[in-house]
Ligand binder design. Structure first.
Ligand code: DX5
Ligand code: ZN
Length: 220
């Protein structure tokens, strides 16, 4: 499986519907970055925007919750039509959040910051639909890829394969035509890309090129 999940964080917030329709021919994933100004030093959007997007698209709305207290908001995201919610390992209460998400009929993802220790978080992998390895410290688009996360990513890939788990590995931060190949080789399947998609003149072509680059590593 290879999917490109364009991050609307890099799109023009005044034209989000248009931004999504520009890439829908090339992908069915849309990454929604939710920031609360506490967990990360930036503020973005929340469930009301997801509800508006839902009316506009049938894409898979992959909501990345960079917020301190996700348990207070999961219901709102479910009501808004989110397909999946990814909360951070760093906020704790992981198993409770996974159960809440599933009860609300959403997929459950756990994100880990670049400095999270694999040996500490790996116990959660079997419970997750998605493991999001952050390749930048969250908060802003357009940062440089932190290659140190490729080691833990490869370990997670091995663990998932050896145990026949269905957990999907996503990577987020600094993904570009030059970094996507290393991330693919390490075992990522879903690649979040903000500036490498919406920062480009032709976002649909950019998605296509990223997918081709990832595919070119198949079987390597
Ligand atoms: C960072 C966000 C990312 C961001 C990625 O905190 O979680 O999803 O939009 O942007 P790029 O691809 O530009 O690094
Ligand atoms: Zn994100």
């Amino acid at each position: 499986m290879i999917e490109i999940a364009p991050s609307i964080l890099s799109a023009d917030f005044a034209y989000l519907g248009d931004a999504i329709s520009h890439v829908e021919s090339e992908t069915s994933w849309m990454h929604v970055d939710v920031m609360d100004g506490h967990f990360v030093p930036n503020l973005t959007i929340g469930a009301p925007v997801v509800a508006s997007l839902r009316k506009h698209t049938s894409s898979y709305l992959d909501c990345h919750l960079m917020i301190t207290d996700p348990w207070d908001y999961l219901k709102d995201f479910a009501k808004a039509g989110a397909d999946s919610v990814t909360f951070h390992y760093e906020v704790g209460r992981t198993l409770e959040l996974v159960e809440m998400a599933h009860q609300l009929r959403m997929k459950a993802g756990m994100a880990v910051n670049p400095d999270a220790e694999y040996d500490r978080y790996c116990e959660f992998i079997p419970h997750l639909d998605l493991l999001l390895i952050m390749s930048v410290f969250p908060g802003f688009g357009g940062q440089s890829f932190i290659a140190d996360v490729l080691g833990p990513l490869a370990k997670a890939r091995k663990f998932i394969d050896q145990n026949n788990l269905k957990t999907v590995i996503q990577i987020d931060g600094g993904i570009s035509l030059s970094t996507i190949k290393d991330a693919r080789r390490a075992g990522a399947e879903v690649f979040v890309a903000g500036s490498a998609v919406f920062g480009q003149e032709n976002p649909a072509e950019a998605v296509k090129a990223l997918r081709e680059a990832a595919k070119s590593c198949e079987g390597v």
